[in-house]
Design a protein around this ligand. Structure first.
Ligand code: UD1
Length: 421
């Protein structure tokens, strides 16, 4: 296993290019299971999660070629309908192959996802939506077994205890593209990645209206064709670099990000006193004065993304004063708190909130990554901390960040990867 070693503190400076969005690429790859024709997906980030999805597709009988960031998928004639436990346990996004396989092959068998470091993550909304389209769904031997001679359009309300669900919206939207008649998804997730998937499906010949709002309407069609498509830039990666500029009091230009996808983060960083300027397709993030504490609550898009909560908490840990984080998507997503505490952060958990009392400086320490975004928070903290930070279990980081240490190295970080004894 690898670990990442950082010597801090560093002031990051320079320009960094954002990769394509992992959370768009994964459901778009799943959507290719709806057609018999070849699809080309561009700007696919070469990440562990993408590799897991490639393994799932290949295991189903789909031909996949991945060169650079260009993915060619040829699903012609695939007939296996099982997504096995060994892949789904690696990545919960695997579950979004259920809708497309079922719609195409009339049956699907997808491993029921297991637990996850960021808390309980059920799939009841996925199942509710797919059942509403007329499928028979059972849980057998750890698998969701779905059958439907012909899916039928329906009106489905997809709100759960924590609001809308991104992948449940994706799953039901994909299944509905080949259902007979009209489907309306009410309380649909509005995330940019849902819009991206809808655009890809539309290119394949699907008839979808309202993606990006809480009501998505899908008119089923008989079949879908191949498509060529480029995924949107990764707003979470871009956001992580923006916070990296803030925590290191640096000056970073982020190239290729979508400013309009980052509203909640930009607002919070500006409230804290970070200078953010837009120059064409570049976003320049600088710290010109001392920062002020801020409070934030994670919410579905366009609210503050839960996937940037840990990174922002690392920043709050070094802003003088009290900041409060409230997590409304995954109330237990606080695994990073005890690791940040090992670096000297003062954070107290109260229910679904974390009260952060800023300290002057963090101090480098050996820490352990618990999940994808928590590991990014530790990398940011390590660059701001004095001394050496060793982050173990970085395979979490490799699930979602494309060559992060190389990108940070180019921005001036003192960072490298080592084999862990
Ligand atoms: C996606 C993202 C993930 C992000 C999350 C929330 C991908 C590949 N992953 O995950 O990075 O953190 O959105 O923005 O796009 N829920 C239910 N029942 C369900 C499904 C979800 O109760 O059937 C709950 C979840 O436990 C959570 C909330 O709904 O509390 C939102 O989760 P959801 O939007 O589904 O997350 P994912 O789509 O799995």
């Amino acid at each position: 296993m690898d670990k990442i070693v950082i010597m801090g503190p560093t002031k990051l400076k320079g320009t960094v290019e954002v990769s394509g969005a992992k959370n768009s690429a994964l459901p778009i790859m799943a959507a290719t299971l709806l057609t018999n024709e070849r699809c080309i997906i561009k700007k696919v980030p070469p990440l562990r999660d993408v590799n897991t999805m490639i393994k799932i597709l290949r295991n189903l009988g789909v031909k996949v070629q991945f060169e650079g960031s260009r993915l060619a998928v040829d699903p012609k004639g695939y007939s296996n309908y099982v997504a096995p436990y060994k892949y789904v346990k690696e990545m919960r996004a695997s579950f979004c192959v259920l809708g497309p396989i079922l719609a195409k092959l009339r049956c699907a068998q997808v491993s029921y996802p297991g637990g996850c470091a960021i808390g309980n993550r059920p799939v009841d909304l996925h199942m509710k939506g797919i059942r509403a389209l007329g499928a028979d769904l059972k849980i057998e031997h750890g698998y969701v077994v779905a059958k439907a001679k012909q899916l039928k359009g329906a009106h489905v309300y997809l709100g759960g205890a924590f609001g809308s669900s991104v992948l449940a919206t994706d799953n039901v939207m994909m299944a509905a593209t080949l259902a007979r008649g009209k489907t309306v998804i009410e309380n649909a997730a509005c995330e940019p990645e849902v819009v991206d998937l809808a655009e890809f499906l539309t290119k394949m010949g699907a008839r979808i209206k309202g993606a990006g709002t809480h009501f998505i309407e899908i008119d089923g069609v008989k079949k879908l064709g191949g498509a060529e498509y480029e995924v949107i830039p990764d707003r979470i990666e871009a956001g992580t670099f923006m916070v990296a500029a803030a925590i290191t009091k640096g000056d970073i230009t982020i190239r290729g990000a979508r400013y309009d996808h980052l509203g909640a983060l930009i607002d919070k960083l500006q409230d804290a006193g970070v200078a953010i300027a837009r120059h064409g397709k570049d976003i320049r993030v600088r710290v010109l004065r001392s920062l002020k504490p801020v409070d934030l609550t994670t919410l579905p898009y366009p609210g503050f993304p839960t996937d940037l909560q840990a990174q922002m908490m690392a920043l709050m840990a070094v802003i003088d004063g009290i900041s409060v984080v409230t997590e409304k998507i995954y109330p237990d997503r606080y695994m990073h708190v005890s690791e940040l505490a090992r670096m000297g952060a003062q954070i107290k958990l109260e229910g679904d909130s974390a009260i952060v009392k800023g300290v002057k400086e963090l101090s480098g320490a050996p820490v352990m990554a618990s999940d994808l975004r928590a590991s990014a928070a530790l990398v940011l903290a390590g660059m701001a901390a004095r001394g050496r930070t060793d982050i173990s279990r970085v395979y979490h980081l490799d699930r979602g960040y494309d060559r992060i240490e190389q990108k940070l190295l180019r921005l001036g970080a003192n960072i490298h990867r080592e084999k862990e004894e």
